[in-house]
Design a binder for this molecule. Structure first.
Ligand SMILES: [Zn+2]
Length: 118
């Protein structure tokens, strides 16, 4: 992979990272608002707000996971091994990287990992 391509993926990774940071801070604020609102309400409403909180937290878990993948991908760009599968070391296709620049694995390994976790 040449320097120009690396820069392109790096830019996309950083853009996505910023998007997630924005979503997370929004989720965080909503969670805090839900908590504050819950204080003034009765027990039933409190239960509802803790459900909301759980939902928001589960959402942010997913975002956090993606954030970790993005950080790992940025690290691989710095270490010049970006674009190769972390499991079988095969070169990940450009199409896959264009679709998911933070993908740590090639399509084959990704599918296997998903089958195993399913
Ligand atoms: Zn692989």
């Amino acid at each position: 992979m040449n320097k120009k391509e690396k820069e392109k993926y790096k830019k996309r990774l950083l853009e996505r990272k910023k998007e997630i940071a924005d979503v997370l801070s929004e989720v965080y604020n909503e969670t805090k608002e839900a908590e504050n609102a819950g204080i003034a309400k009765d027990m039933a409403d409190k239960a509802e707000s803790s459900y909301t909180k759980e939902f928001l937290l589960s959402l942010s878990d997913k975002e956090l996971e993606q954030l970790q993948l993005i950080d790992a991908a940025l690290d691989r760009i710095e270490k010049c091994n970006y674009g190769s599968c972390q499991t079988c070391q095969v070169q990940i296709g450009k199409k896959s990287l264009d679709a998911v620049p933070w993908a740590p694995n090639c399509i084959d390994c990704q599918q296997k990992a998903e089958e195993e976790s399913a």
